[in-house]
Design a protein around this ligand. Structure first.
Ligand SMILES: COc1nc(N)nc2c1ncn2[C@H]1C[C@H](O)[C@@H](COP(=O)(O)OP(=O)(O)OP(=O)(O)O)O1
Length: 172
């Protein structure tokens, strides 16, 4: 994108800290159809808002337990997403991957699990930003992404990948 961002990202602070988890096993990724909350009806990874006093890691494990009745093993933080939104609070999202979990993935009132081949991820059913970082993350790259949205459309974005991107994270 050629236009400048209207956000001062040096001082930007999100009102809503949140998390996402992507479990990858045997060439497939565990996605969900989200049944409530922000992004209801979209496909995403399990995750949700960070509770007061909770770390991002504690949150993503709790959300996986609540939404799918699974506990991810050895979760690894892969990225941060900074979302400046127009009609909902700004979101600071911590993105994790894992290679396995305890439990049996189970549909709940919050989410329906969808094991999906990595080359068949339904980006057209997901938030628009996902196509800008999920393929690279699934290939093993860490990332930092900044997005300005109007409604559900991206107005501006900047992505950084690789180990240097992790140095930009606001929270390790
Ligand atoms: C703006 O673009 C987004 N892209 C992606 N990939 N994911 C997003 C975007 N905006 C929000 N999200 C994710 C981050 C969180 O996982 C959820 C939002 O949290 P949610 O509303 O589901 O929070 P819960 O704590 O689960 O809420 P309830 O229990 O009250 O339903 O969306």
């Amino acid at each position: 994108m050629t236009k400048a961002s209207s956000v001062n990202w040096q001082t930007w602070q999100a009102e809503m800290p949140a998390t996402l988890m992507f479990v990858v096993r045997d060439g497939k990724v565990l996605l969900i159809e989200k049944l409530r909350g922000i992004g209801k009806g979209k496909v995403n990874g399990p995750g949700g808002k960070i509770d007061p006093g909770e770390t991002p890691l504690e949150c993503v494990v709790r959300e996986c337990q609540e939404e799918l009745h699974i506990t991810p093993k050895n979760p690894l933080k892969m990225g941060e997403l900074w979302f400046a939104m127009s009609d909902i609070p700004d979101i600071h999202c911590h993105v994790f991957m894992a290679t396995d979990y305890d439990g049996v993935e189970t549909a709940t009132e919050e989410a329906v699990p969808m094991w999906t081949a990595i080359d068949e991820v339904p980006y057209e059913r997901m938030w628009e930003d996902d196509a800008h970082w999920l393929p690279q993350m699934l290939a093993g790259q860490m990332f930092n992404g900044r997005f300005e949205f109007t409604g559900e459309k991206i107005d501006w974005l900047e992505m950084h990948f690789g180990d240097a991107a992790a140095a930009e994270w606001k929270h390790v």
